[in-house]
Write a new protein. Structure first.
Length: 289
C-alpha cells in the first residue's frame, strides 16, 4: 500500500509501491492543481458535479480531485455522477458498486439517449456529436438539481490538442476545449482540471490502480472518425519528435493576436509607422461605428 489507510482517500488504497508510480501520482496531482489555480476553477464552498464515464480519464479525474480535497487543497464539495445512456451491454452496476465501495458520494442517472442517437443518425454516420449534446444537456440538468455550480469533465491535454486540430482542419477556426467556460445559459461553469495532463499518464494511472475501466462501444467502434485521424497524426509526430505534443499545447497558452489574421482580435488598421507593438501593449480595437 502506498499510504496508510487513514492517511489517504480510499481511491488510493492498494496503490503500487514503486517509485515510478509515486512520480506519476505526484505529477498528476501537481498538474491538476496547477490547472485549477491557473484558470480559477475552484470557488471555496462551491459544489462540483464530477462526471464519470467509467473510462481511464474519468477515474483519474475522480482520484486526483479527491486526493486534492483530502489534502485540504480543493475547497469544494464533490459529487460524482454517471449518466447511464442506455447503451446495450453497458455494465450498469460497475460504477455504483465501485463508488459505494470507495465511499464516494454519487448519483447515477438513467436516460436512454442511445435510442435517440440510433434513430437520428444514419447507418455509418458519426454518433459522437449528437451523443455529446444529449449527454451535456442531461448533465446540466443534474447539476442544477443537485445545487452544483460546476460540471467537471475528464478531458486531458491530448483531447484539447485533438480538438484544436479538428477545428483547424475541418472547422476553419482556431479553437479548442477551454479549461474553464460558462455555459450558454450563464448559470453553470464547465471545468477541465486535467487540461495539463497527458492521456498516456491517465492510462498508466488507471490501469496501475486496477480501476474497472468501461470502454465506450458506441463511439469507439466507428472507423474513420475525424478525431481518430487527428490522434494518429499526433501520435506519428510524437514518435518522430518526443515532446512535440507538449510544445504544441504550450502554444495554446501563448497566443499573439498581432501575428494571426483576425481583425476582430487585433486592429491592424490602427498600426502606425514608428510605433512599437508588444504583446503587453497592443493597438486597441476601435469602437464600431
Amino acid at each position: 500500500m502506498l499510504d496508510d489507510a487513514d492517511d489517504i482517500h480510499p481511491l488510493f488504497h492498494g496503490a503500487p509501491k514503486g517509485l515510478e508510480f509515486r512520480k506519476l501520482r505526484k505529477r498528476l496531482v501537481q498538474q491538476a492543481r496547477e490547472a485549477i489555480e491557473t484558470y480559477g476553477m475552484a470557488v471555496p464552498g462551491d459544489r462540483w458535479l464530477v462526471c464519470l464515464s467509467g473510462g481511464k480519464d474519468s477515474y483519474t479525474l475522480l482520484a486526483v480531485l479527491h486526493e486534492l480535497k483530502w489534502r485540504g487543497l480543493l475547497p469544494v464539495d464533490l459529487l460524482a455522477c454517471n449518466l447511464d445512456q442506455g447503451q446495450p451491454g453497458f455494465p450498469a452496476t460497475v460504477l455504483p458498486d465501485f463508488l459505494s465501495r470507495m465511499g464516494v458520494p454519487h448519483r447515477i442517472d438513467y436516460q436512454d439517449t442511445y435510442s435517440v442517437v440510433i434513430d437520428k443518425i444514419k447507418p455509418g454516420g458519426t454518433m459522437c456529436s449528437l451523443c455529446s449534446r444529449l449527454r451535456r444537456g442531461n448533465l446540466y440538468r443534474i447539476a442544477r438539481e443537485e445545487g452544483c455550480s460546476t460540471v467537471v469533465l475528464g478531458h486531458h491535454r491530448d483531447d484539447l490538442l485533438e480538438t484544436f486540430f479538428m477545428n483547424l482542419f475541418h472547422g476553419g477556426r482556431l479553437a479548442t476545449m477551454p479549461p474553464r467556460l460558462l455555459n450558454e445559459d450563464g448559470d453553470l461553469f464547465v471545468a477541465r482540471p486535467l487540461a495539463f495532463v497527458a492521456e498516456s499518464d491517465c492510462d498508466k494511472f488507471a490501469r496501475s490502480m486496477g480501476y474497472p475501466i468501461i470502454p465506450c462501444d458506441l463511439c469507439g467502434s466507428q472507423e474513420g472518425l475525424q478525431r481518430a485521424q487527428v490522434k494518429k497524426l499526433l501520435d506519428d509526430w510524437e514518435a518522430r519528435t518526443p515532446g512535440r505534443r507538449q510544445v504544441m499545447f504550450r502554444s495554446l497558452m501563448n497566443v499573439r493576436p498581432s501575428h494571426l489574421a483576425d481583425p476582430a482580435l487585433f486592429d491592424f488598421a490602427a498600426l502606425l509607422r514608428g510605433s512599437f507593438e508588444t504583446a503587453e501593449n497592443p493597438p486597441q480595437l476601435r469602437d464600431a461605428d
